[in-house]
Design a protein around this ligand. Structure first.
Ligand code: T5A
Length: 236
């Protein structure tokens, strides 16, 4: 199970921490790119912490297990949105905020845009309801940058199927993966809609390319967005 893994480097401790989130549909390569970004940041001496949602703290991981094993489905989309927000509030207060304050860069696999896309725009939960939960759970911790990985869900599902064939079943029972292709195509459109409404925060990348090539494109985007923090790394 992935937990927030603290990888510190004293050279970066005087810098203000940056908060970067990765978003997108199932299997588009978020976890892969989070790991590749952490590697690049470590190489240039930036102190980082890798985390995920739902989860990231023991209490939030307990909520993750409850939701992803399908136990919350019968409660309805509003209740699920509240559960995601409860997990997020704990994650923000116990892991994200303290690390940013300390100067770490926090790299998070999914965050509040997932609630907006899955439970809100795709699941039908009212926008004001989602907005109110977001305000409570984020506690003024908006990401500095969100990387949206965009891809045809058909291709993403093929990747996930290949992984499951090679490595066996995952720990979760695919609460949302079991929705049909049309649902996921709609989800993709909704993520793009969120990106269109937040052009200063969200950068969209086509995920349908080779891993390292995509990692390089993301890295170039990060260097452009945070030129001062990423000075002196032109050789990478
Ligand atoms: N959810 C979550 C909500 O409904 N509301 C919320 O508020 C939140 C926070 C979380 C579930 O909860 C929902 C959304 C989700 O349904 P999860 O474990 O985060 O569950 O689910 P996924 O995001 O779907 O996680 P996956 O691991 O399945 O997808 P990733 O992380 O996008 O993909 P990754 O990196 O694991 O890659 C998948 C496979 O593709 C290969 C990898 O090696 C791997 O085998 N791959 C590539 N292959 C070819 N080319 C590339 N460029 C590749 N990149 C990766």
């Amino acid at each position: 199970m992935l937990k927030g893994t603290k990888e510190q480097n004293s050279a970066a401790d005087t810098k203000k921490g940056r908060f970067i989130t990765f978003e997108g549909g199932e299997g588009v390569g978020k976890s892969t790119q989070v790991k590749l970004l952490i590697k690049r940041l470590q190489q240039v001496g930036v102190s980082t912490i890798r985390t995920r949602e739902p989860g990231g703290t023991p209490k939030a991981e307990a909520i993750r297990k409850f939701i992803l094993t399908g136990k919350s489905e019968q409660w309805g989309a509003e209740a699920e949105a509240i559960l995601f927000a409860a997990a997020r509030l704990n994650h923000v207060n116990e892991l994200i905020a303290p690390n940013l304050k300390y100067g770490c860069w926090v790299i998070c696999d999914r965050f509040h845009d997932s609630t907006r896309a899955y439970q809100g725009l795709t699941g039908g939960v009212d926008e004001l309801f989602i907005g109110a939960l977001e305000k409570l759970a984020l506690n003024n911790h908006q990401p500095d940058l969100t990387i949206l990985l965009d891809m045809d869900p058909k291709i993403a599902f093929e990747r996930v199927a290949k992984r499951e064939k090679e490595f066996g079943l995952k720990e979760k029972s695919d609460r949302f993966e079991k929705e049909n292709l049309l649902w996921h195509q709609n989800l993709r459109k909704n993520f793009l809609k969120i990106a269109k409404n937040n052009p200063h925060r969200i950068s969209v990348f086509s995920a349908d390319m080779e891993q390292e090539k995509l990692a390089k494109a993301i890295w170039d985007g990060i260097r452009q967005k945070f030129p001062h923090e990423t000075l002196g790394i032109s050789t990478l």
